[in-house]
Design a protein around this ligand. Sequence first.
Ligand SMILES: [Zn+2]
Length: 137
Amino acid sequence: MKKRKPPNFRKKACQEAKKIARILAGFICEHCGKGEPERQTHGSHIYSEGKNPNMSADVDNIICLCWLCHMGGLKIVSARVFSWHGTPREAQDWFETKFPFLKVILRERSKKTMLIINWEQRYRELKKLRIRYESPV
Ligand SMILES: [Zn+2]
């Protein structure tokens, strides 16, 4: 019998958190103000997933950006055009100016590296929350 790969609940929780962050932002880019359906939006981590896996499914740690403001500087547009990954220094400055309190909160949170998270439980909680946000009032 073939062994089935166990689900990666951290990844799944992270996807739910990204969706919630986009719903809360109204699918509008926090940087340029353009949004869906004209411009696809992404949930982008503020503290990276690699360095801060504990914050990867933290809705506060996810910012809604359009694909251009998120990835734009990488290949498609010149590196001089603002984008989260293409011009990280400018992106950091912009973020700290626009969200000064969040910056402090997240910095404090990022120090709690020993926190152990039950990712399956976290995923189920976020999924429930996302469904609640998505259902019409
Ligand atoms: Zn944008």
